[in-house]
Design a protein around this ligand. Structure first.
Ligand code: SAH
Length: 259
């Protein structure tokens, strides 16, 4: 897989290429990342990539020219250096589709993705209309640039790549992979200041542990993300046993409230 990134802050991408499990994908060369700075595609001495907005108002707008030329260079580089076909151009933007684990799975199948990181108030709409295949948001809030959002998306795609996480099953056990949140986890010591690890996890009985984890996942999801329970139910991901666990949980909750 290959990521190309249009950004005026290329150093920020060291956060995934140099640290933690994501860096493994790069050292094993199963993933390549190349940054392209729009400032290198300007012709004025100040390397200007932004200008005031037509119509007035606060904030600057990223100019279409340097972005378009940088994207052209990506296209040429891919065409000349590999048999790979250029994949989608994705603009990080609060106006985009909200990213989630289903989208991560879909995007992790792609061979190449070009991420465009906005800065300032906006990106000139003509660049978006001419070149962007889709816009992607990391949630309903605004950060100062597209770099952190692009890093978030890339990191979640990298976790899904084979041979990146130590244990091949880790990603499958993550929150959202089966439509539910993850269950609680514990490590040594068994007794920490009289706070004990749940006994079932110490018993070594595989079936009981699995069932405990599933139940805890269901309850955690019902507690903080009931919308995910509704979605999982709609998709047919909940068994009769799951439904019973949820019902019992809701009943204990109701009886607690009635007391
Ligand atoms: N004026 C814009 C925000 C600009 S923030 C608005 O109100 O929508 C500057 C850049 O940060 C954006 O161009 C985008 O690339 C990035 N960005 C900010 N919030 C984001 C989010 N939630 N998801 C993805 N990218 C975001």
């Amino acid at each position: 897989m290959r990521f190309d990134v249009l950004t005026i802050f290329p150093e920020m991408f060291e956060a995934i290429t140099q640290y933690g499990v994501t860096s493994r994908a790069f050292s094993k060369e199963i993933l390549h990342l190349k940054t392209w700075n729009p400032r290198d595609f300007t012709s004025d001495p100040r390397k200007t990539v932004d200008d005031r907005a037509y119509g007035g108002g606060p904030g600057m707008v990223m100019m279409v020219g340097p972005l378009e030329d940088a994207l052209q260079a990506v296209q040429e580089d891919i065409a000349s250096s590999s048999a790979m076909k250029k994949g989608p151009t994705v603009l990080m933007s609060p106006q985009g589709r909200v990213f989630n684990q289903d989208l991560a799975k879909e995007m992790s199948q792609l061979e190449q993705i070009t991420f465009v990181c906005g800065r300032y108030e906006a990106v000139d709409q003509r660049f978006i209309e001419r070149h962007v295949d889709f816009e992607l948001s990391i949630g309903d809030y605004v950060v100062s640039g597209g770099e952190l959002p692009a890093l978030v998306v890339m990191d979640s795609l990298i976790r899904l790549m084979p041979n990146v996480l130590g244990d091949a099953n880790s990603a499958q056990q993550d929150s959202f992979s089966d439509g539910l949140l993850d269950c609680p986890h514990y490590t040594r010591p068994e007794n920490y200041k009289n706070f004990l690890v749940p006994g079932v996890l110490l018993g070594g009985h595989h079936g009981r542990i699995e069932s405990w984890r599933r139940n805890e996942s269901l309850i955690a999801t019902q507690k903080s993300r009931p919308d995910l329970i509704l979605a999982a139910r709609k998709k047919g991901l909940l068994s009769l046993k799951d439904e019973k666990v949820l019902q019992e949980y809701l009943e204990t909750l109701a009886s607690g409230l009635n007391k």
